[in-house]
Design a protein around this ligand. Structure first.
Ligand code: SAH
Length: 332
């Protein structure tokens, strides 16, 4: 079932959010709509979308204020399962969240899928285009909400493929950049299931680019390093050599580092990186709620906080942050 996408700027109210609410909201946003969801604030997916500024939650909406009011179609129609055609797994990197940054090969794999196992940061709006519609299994980790452990995701992929189905594992960015694609690959190989990978546009490169920040710049920056900030530098679980990172003279890109950014900046400065080094944080890159905060390394965590930088966000540190001349867009 496809949504009729209203035009750019249309005000849309989604009532009774159900299992397809993330896909519906992304499809509407892709079409340029402004989306409200009627809900009491308890649905974890809706809470997540609202926290990322993609929707506004309204408890008692004025229905006359909307161009379109719709319900989650999954509540109305259960579509019959598709006949099986395959027995393989394709790991598809979906890019940072904008449907335009999904590859043609990734889209083709989705069209051929019997079942799509997806994360919340993938460009979920494209799922609405698939006809016939595959089964869709959401396993994404929602902050402070439900999630499926990685071991169970591996099992789902293997079970589905062994049942003869074409399985797409659909996730944000690239599957092999902090995407746990390697574990999924190995689980398939161990089970004797055929597995292939379709690379995705990783947010580590795309988020800076969407904010006008190159990672290399001729004669100034000759490389970049992408590092996870999911644990702080002083955490015993950290295996990153932060001294080496501070000394690379390359651009540093930090993923999963919103909470730990202040301690990462402190560690880099303690290891000799200039506290005035230009830095920028980019949240929800490629989505209508994209936000960018810029400042010197010593202040970037505070400036980001004030500019409402929340996960998912990427922070870039290095002289390439200030390498591009601002463009006169003629809008001011
Ligand atoms: N495999 C993904 C990364 C998964 S880890 C990739 O290649 O992009 C999740 C982290 O990715 C987030 O914490 C954030 O740091 C980053 N991220 C993913 N999507 C993003 C987006 N649209 N904007 C900014 N950062 C994003």
């Amino acid at each position: 079932m496809r949504l009729d996408i209203p035009g750019t700027g249309a005000r849309v109210l989604v009532r009774d959010p159900g299992p397809r609410v993330a896909e519906i909201v992304h499809t509407l946003l892709d079409g340029g709509a402004v989306v409200d969801v009627q809900e009491s604030g308890t649905h974890p997916v809706v809470r997540d979308l609202a926290a990322r500024r993609l929707v506004t939650v309204v408890a008692a909406p004025d229905l006359t204020a909307y161009d379109v009011v719709l319900r989650d179609p999954a509540l109305e129609a259960q579509e019959p399962p598709r006949p099986s055609t395959g027995g393989r797994v394709v790991l598809v990197g979906g890019g940072p969240g904008d449907r335009g940054l999904l590859t043609l090969a990734g889209m083709q794999a989705l069209r051929e899928a019997d079942v799509v196992v997806c994360d919340r940061l993938a460009p979920l709006g494209v799922l609405d285009e698939l006809d016939p519609r595959p089964e869709i299994i959401h396993v994404g980790k929602i902050p402070s909400g439900a999630f499926t452990p990685q071991e169970r995701i591996n099992e789902i992929l293997v079970e589905q493929a062994q049942a003869g189905r074409n399985v797409v594992r659909f996730k944000g960015g690239d599957s092999f950049v902090f995407g746990r694609g390697g574990e999924e690959w190995n689980a398939c190989v161990d089970a004797g299931v055929s597995v292939t990978v379709i690379p995705g546009v990783t947010s580590s490169i795309a988020a800076p680019a969407l904010a006008g920040i190159p990672l290399t710049h001729r004669d100034v920056i000759q490389g970049f390093v992408v590092v996870s900030g999911h644990v702080a530098p002083d955490d015993p679980r950290s295996t990153v050599d932060w001294r080496a990172v501070a000394e690379t003279r390359m651009t540093v890109v930090v993923l999963m580092g919103v909470k730990t950014l202040a301690s990462i900046a402190d560690a880099l400065v303690a290891h000799g990186l200039d506290p005035e080094t230009p830095a920028a944080s980019v949240a929800d890159a490629g989505l209508p709620s994209q936000r960018v905060a810029r400042g010197p390394l010593r202040d970037i965590a505070r400036i980001g906080d004030e500019a409402d930088i929340r996960p998912p966000a990427v922070t870039v540190i290095g002289h390439s942050v200030a390498a591009l001349r601002p463009q006169d867009t003629g809008t001011s």
